[in-house]
Write a protein that binds this ligand. Structure first.
Ligand SMILES: Nc1ncnc2c1ncn2[C@@H]1O[C@H](COP(=O)(O)OP(=O)(O)OP(=O)(O)O)[C@@H](O)[C@H]1O
Length: 341
């Protein structure tokens, strides 16, 4: 578990004086999570990541990794703690004079592992990331996706507890992005590594994150399991990840219904219409895979004077189904939506 508690970072600059990049970030990342952190440009995402991988000293607050407060470590302990945290970069940051194998083995060299140990670990990692046969290639001979595989293998070399990913797919094309995201999920599941992923791509959150947080002006304004966020019509972050079609909020008789897993496929809608003789039209909707679960999201239009108790009673029988009347819902904040889109 990573506990980030009231983390603050102020840069002191000649030109602009004090710049408050983080003003009290609090977030708990559960073991085994893929935690996405999204936010508009300048929100403090890179600063947060650099504080988490101990490249930047926070000016306040704590980062506790599995019980150890990383902000109070001595320099010797700090070196050991850095090995527990691997980082994957947007532009790979490989050493171009070294082969694939030597890039992957670099953290083990720095940790003074034996040659045998290093060779065995490199072989394991090359297989994990699917680069067999490319061990002796140089980064310039690899595609972007292959270079990012090397970056992921190198970040995993010292068997870290946490993998920090800084926009890991934003330099890649859609097909390669998809393969790298699959690899990150495999790393998370098979090695049990907790992943913290900074991204401005909401599709990445939808596709692989189990948890998400919204960073804005140096603080977390919302966070939680992705499935809870996207099924909560009042969640700004949930609506960014899986938006309700625009124009329906505020319409009398409009309702959002979310249904999970098996309930996403049940014919409860036709049953409701039939048994209670209701006129219902489907405004928009569909079933998507989000955070590894099936999430159905449908916007329905009932008659404005529909007996809401009938609808609510019927849906209450389905545990995984939630209903929100949209006429009571404020419209989501547009500027953030546009900035992140
Ligand atoms: N080394 C630095 N010195 C001074 N100010 C900095 C430094 N690094 C970042 N900042 C400032 O801190 C704030 C947060 O920047 P940061 O790069 O962390 O945001 P971000 O969310 O990663 O933005 P982007 O998505 O555009 O990369 C900004 O106002 C930025 O100008």
């Amino acid at each position: 578990m990573i506990e980030i508690d009231q983390l603050a970072k102020t840069y002191t600059t000649r030109q602009h004086g004090d710049v408050k990049a983080l003003t009290g970030v609090t977030l708990n990342v559960p073991d085994g999570a893929i935690q996405g952190i999204v936010g508009p440009s300048g929100a403090g995402k890179s600063t947060l990541l650099r504080c988490l991988n101990l490249l930047e000293q926070p000016t306040g607050g704590r980062i506790v990794l599995n019980g150890d407060d990383l902000t109070t470590l001595s320099s010797a302990d700090l070196r050991a703690a850095r090995r527990r945290i691997g980082t994957v970069f947007q532009h790979f940051e490989l050493l171009h004079s070294r082969t694939v194998a030597d890039n992957i083995g670099l953290p083990l060299e720095l940790a003074k592992a034996s040659d045998q140990e290093r060779r065995d670990r490199i072989a394991e990692l090359v297989e994990l990331v699917g680069l067999q046969g490319r061990e002796r290639s140089y980064p310039s001979q690899l595609s972007g996706g292959q270079q990012q595989r090397v970056g992921i293998a190198r970040a995993l070399a010292a068997r870290p507890d946490v993998l920090l990913c800084d926009e890991p797919t934003s330099a890649l094309d859609p097909a390669t992005t998809s393969q790298i995201l699959d690899l990150l999920v495999r790393v998370n599941r098979s090695l049990g590594v907790t992943i913290v992923l900074i991204t401005h791509e909401l599709a990445v959150v939808r596709r692989i994150c189990t948890h998400a947080a919204l960073l804005d002006h140096g603080r977390i304004t919302e966070s939680g399991p992705v499935v809870d966020l996207v099924t909560d019509a009042g969640s700004a972050l949930g609506q960014l990840v899986a938006p309700i079609p625009s124009g329906v909020a505020g319409r009398p008789g409009a309702a959002l219904i979310t249904a999970l897993d098996d309930d996403a496929d049940r014919p409860w809608l036709s049953e409701l219409a039939r048994t209670h003789d209701l006129d219902i039209s489907v405004v928009a909707g569909g079933v998507e895979r989000i955070a590894g679960r099936r999430v159905g999201k449908v916007v329905l239009q009932f008659a404005p004077d529909v007996d809401r108790a009938i609808v609510e009673d019927y849906l209450r029988r389905h545990e995984q189904v939630q209903l929100t009347w949209l006429d009571r819902l404020p419209a989501p904040a547009a500027p953030l939506e546009e900035e992140l889109a």
